[in-house]
Ligand binder design. Structure first.
Ligand code: CA
Ligand code: CA
Length: 294
């Protein structure tokens, strides 16, 4: 009886081995197994700071060449406070060429740093390629977060949402006698009056208003402006107009004359159009305390 066993010659096996070795060395093809959360990352051609660790990994064709890329969120834990990350950055390993790219250190320094860095991939620009959104909680008194969105089309990282956009509606204003605030949004080019009479007790207790409604706050640095908006404390991708492209919905605290006194909460919806973010909706909300409204 003849047994037909498929046999591979030693030379064929050796060829396969060298081919695989060559394949691995050129770095072509996606191999997400190489990048594990919690590992230290150092890549050829990129000057990442020492102690750069992998925080999140996702695969998607962000460059637009039809091959899946590896998108890696990285950060440098602060030595005396390891849950605080400095130099948070996005490293993209091009699935076709194996080449790495990242945002420039100038684009992330002093901005992408903080707690709980997260990454979201979705198309905000409408080119059907996922863009990379990064969120970092600042840990500051306003509980705000810093957000950055970058497109990686044609292997070129371009920031389409940064520190300026993170200021949102850019509201400034002043208190008026009679428990009212006059607010102005630089972005909307609109001025509006907010009725604060539902918060009388709070303002009287804080010596902002006298019981008769006169503005009495002794501002250490008096000026025409004593109400300000924080950057976003929440900014999330939403589908606002069902066109298959992500939009943004943000929430901001408006405060004054001191940070612990919230005047109102503003929410806004934004669409990326003609290479800039345009507000398509904006609202404010107040807490009206029925019990303490005397
Ligand atoms: Ca896009
Ligand atoms: Ca949309």
């Amino acid at each position: 009886m003849i047994r037909r066993v498929p046999r591979l010659s030693a030379s064929v096996l050796l060829c396969c081995f060298f081919f695989l070795l060559l394949f691995a060395q050129t770095g072509a093809g996606a191999n997400p197994q190489e990048y594990q959360v919690g590992q230290k990352l150092s890549v050829p051609g990129l000057q990442l700071p020492e102690d750069t660790y992998i925080l999140h990994v996702q695969n998607a064709d962000v460059t637009g060449d039809g091959t899946e890329d590896t998108v890696i969120l990285v950060g440098q834990p602060q030595k005396d406070n390891p849950s605080f990350y400095k130099m948070v950055n996005v490293v993209v390993r091009n699935g076709k060429t194996g080449a790495f790219s990242a945002l420039s250190p100038m684009q992330v320094k002093d901005y992408l740093q903080g707690y709980e860095p997260t990454m979201f991939l979705g198309d905000f620009t409408g080119d059907k390629l996922k863009d990379v959104m990064v969120t970092v909680a600042t840990g500051g008194s306003g509980a705000t977060s810093n957000h950055l969105i970058a497109s990686w089309k044609n292997n070129k990282p371009v920031v389409i949402f940064g520190e300026n956009e993170n200021m949102g509606l850019k509201i400034k204003g002043r208190y008026l006698d009679g428990f009212k605030a006059e607010l102005h949004s630089e972005v909307l080019k609109k001025t509006f009056i907010v009725d604060l009479s539902g918060l009388k007790k709070l303002y009287i207790d804080a010596n902002v208003y006298a019981p008769d409604g006169k503005y009495i706050y002794q501002d250490p640095s008096p000026g025409p402006i004593n109400i300000f908006s924080d950057p976003y404390y929440s900014l999330v991708p939403v589908e606002a107009d069902n066109d298959g492209v992500y939009d943004l919905q943000g929430k901001q605290n408006v405060w004054g004359p001191i940070h612990i006194i919230t005047v109102t909460d503003v929410s806004s919806t934004w669409k990326y159009k003609d290479k800039k973010w345009t507000p398509i909706d904006a609202n404010y909300t107040l807490t009206y305390n029925i019990m303490n409204n005397n």
